[in-house]
Each structure stands twice: as structure tokens, then as C-alpha cells.
Design a protein around this ligand. Sequence first.
Ligand code: SAH
Length: 232
Amino acid sequence: MNVKLLFLLTFLLLGFNFLEAQDQYFKKRKEMVNTQLQDRGIRNPATLYAMLNVPRHQFVPQELVEHAYSDGPLPIGYGQTISQPYIVAFMTETLNLRSSDRVLEIGTGSGYQAAVLGKIVDSVYSIEIVEELALASKNRLEKLGFDNVMVKWGDGYHGWPQKAPFDAIMVTAGADSVPQPLLDQLKIGGRMIIPVRTKEHITQLVKVTKKKDKIVTRKLIPVRFVPFTRNN
Ligand code: SAH
């Protein structure tokens, strides 16, 4: 057989395999959206759209790719985890996002939540305290074309004052209280979602809304999160 033809056939075969694999992942994502999200009450169209279109399997370690669409959190190294898809969707929906919003995330981890936010809003700023994770997720997001998502390495307690104020803030690590710098960097009318540990050692997802003259706090659901750590 002619060499050129052989090359062409190999190329086509590999190409089809690649497309088929992508299609498999899309099917798994569709199932995840139907059974894990819609069946449990997630209704916000932008959230569902983002969860359907962000390739979660690209955000988990190679050896866990087959579990990427399972109904739970997964380890991502350094003792950290990528959250359960339902929790990602629930927190995203709760922020009532608009396409023009600027959003701050604390706890980039794998970059998955930041990517989901990036599909919905104008710009996402995300801070990660573990240097290796910050670097890896920055590269991953760049490679996948999420050019409206900015990642920096640092202690998210201080927020990102140079990019403030934000329409919404999402904290994805369990804190002891709501950090004051984050409240300060929220616009009037801005929303924050944050897991807060109570005295009874239960972690509750809390929604904080900054009104003109007061801060309104509402407890949502109990959750499990890796702890919010500090640099010193
Ligand atoms: N949102 C992530 C999962 C978060 S796991 C994802 O989609 O994959 C929580 C992350 O918060 C961990 O990576 C942890 O290192 C980080 N973290 C904990 N305390 C932090 C802090 N003070 N500032 C920034 N990141 C923090």
C-alpha cells in the first residue's frame, strides 16, 4: 500500500476514535445533568448549560478519568478534592448570575468550578493557596480556551483587591467565618456563597447578600468541604 494512503487511513482512524471518545463523554455529561442535577431540582438554564458543556474529565487526574462523571467528589492531589457535580451546580445556581457579572472564587483546586463560572459570566478571578494546584489549573484553563478565567496563587482570605468590586463571590473551602476582606470586595447587591463551620462542627452552605444598609445571611444546606487554610 502506498505510504500516503496508509498515513491518511491511520489519521482517519485516530480521528474517529477521538470523536467517538468525545461523544462518549458528552453522553455521560448529559446523563449527569439529567440524573444528578435536574432530577434533584437544579433549574437555572445557564447553570445546566455550563455543566453540560465543561469537560469535567479534563479536570480530574488521568487515573480517575473514568469516574469523572460519577456522583461525588474526587481527589485531585495535595489532600484536596474536586467537588461533587451537584454541589458545583447548587452553588452556581444560588449566586443568581448574570452574563455581565465579575466573579471571584476562592479555592481554584482543579479549576473546574472556575470553568463552569467562566461559561456563564463575563470574567472570573480565582485564587488558590497551593502553588502547584494554582499553576496546574492556570495551564489547564488556558489550554482549554477559558480566556476569561484568571488564576492566581495566594491566600484567598485577602480577596483580590485590585480586581474588586465583585458581583458575586464563591468560596469552595470550609471557613470558620466569613472573611471581612471578601465582604468588603462585594458590590452592593452582590451575593456570596461560602461553606461555614458551626460550633457543632457541622459545615453549612451560607448565602450572604450585601444590601445598602445591611448584610443578610441565610443558611442553605449542610455540606462537606476541605478546610479553608491560611498562609501563616
Ligand atoms: N473549586 C475547586 C475545588 C475546591 S477544593 C474545584 O472546582 O476543583 C478547595 C480548594 O481551596 C483547595 O484546592 C485548597 O487548597 C483551596 N484553599 C483552601 N484555603 C484557601 C485559601 N485561604 N485561599 C485560597 N485557596 C484555598
